[in-house]
Design a protein around this ligand. Structure first.
Ligand code: DC
Length: 231
């Protein structure tokens, strides 16, 4: 198994863009765990499973026909034969994903899938809320990426605008506040900084600076393991 870089943090801190870029530049696999919770929520809505029906959601989790496909420009996501790459990014799906992800049975049901995706020989950059604490507690590099709410909301608005979704900064601020509170306060695997994570605040620095900093940590980690082997 290659090395694991775990990137956790609140909504809109830039985890996806940063994780994608680090993965691309280091040849590691990108694992977007939020997309898995989004796909589950999307499937629940399609199959009329209630967001507070933990057992029904757990059953859906067991048979979730989810598949990632890497193309040159993006990672596509399929549910069965349907491509849902863009559909799962709609703001209402963020809210649904945050709701279904509260349940211990759902989280347990998705754990192996997340671990399997990160298992390859090239190593993985995995991002989410509980990667450094639960999914990969032994990750070699752990990052807790934050930014102030206004900066996060502005970034999210710009990202959604690129996808043709119009929404105001105020609406997103509100949505993120509710979601971050729910994600941080749930009993199982809440959003919390792992004790051994490096905290990076991206409010005042560019995403390129954050990416370079993380790649440097990856190199340090690889060099340290080479030195350990060769004495
Ligand atoms: O990262 P994202 O915005 O795509 O995540 C959507 C929701 O999924 C998030 O609000 C909470 C949930 N999630 C989670 O509980 N654990 C993860 N590792 C990733 C996402």
């Amino acid at each position: 198994m290659g090395i694991i870089v775990a990137i956790d943090g609140p909504a809109g801190a830039g985890k996806s863009s940063v994780a994608k870029a680090v993965a691309r530049q280091t040849g590691m696999t990108f694992v977007d765990t939020g997309a898995i919770y989004r796909a589950l929520a999307f499937s629940a809505r399609q199959n009329d499973v209630d967001f507070d029906d933990e057992k029904g959601l757990a059953q859906l989790t067991e048979n979730l026909p989810i598949r990632f496909q890497n193309t040159e420009n993006e990672q596509k996501l399929f549910l069965g034969d349907d491509e849902v790459t863009h559909a799962i990014r709609a703001p209402e799906v963020s809210e649904w994903a945050s709701k279904v992800s509260q349940y211990p049975l759902v989280r347990a049901g998705l754990l192996n899938l997340q671990r399997r995706l990160g298992e390859g020989p090239d190593g993985a950059v995995a991002e989410g809320r509980d990667i450094g604490t639960v999914v990969f507690p032994h990750a070699e590099v752990k990052i807790f990426l934050t930014a102030d709410p206004q900066a996060r909301a502005k970034r999210r608005v710009a990202q959604l605008a690129e996808k043709g979704i119009q929404i105001t900064v105020e609406e997103i601020l509100n949505e993120m506040k509710v979601r971050d509170e729910r994600d941080s306060q749930r009993a199982t695997a809440p959003l919390v900084k792992a004790d051994d994570a490096v905290e990076i605040d991206s409010t005042q620095v560019t995403m390129d600076q954050v990416i370079s900093q993380i790649i440097q940590l990856v190199h340090n980690c690889k060099n340290a393991s080479v030195e350990a082997v060769h004495g």
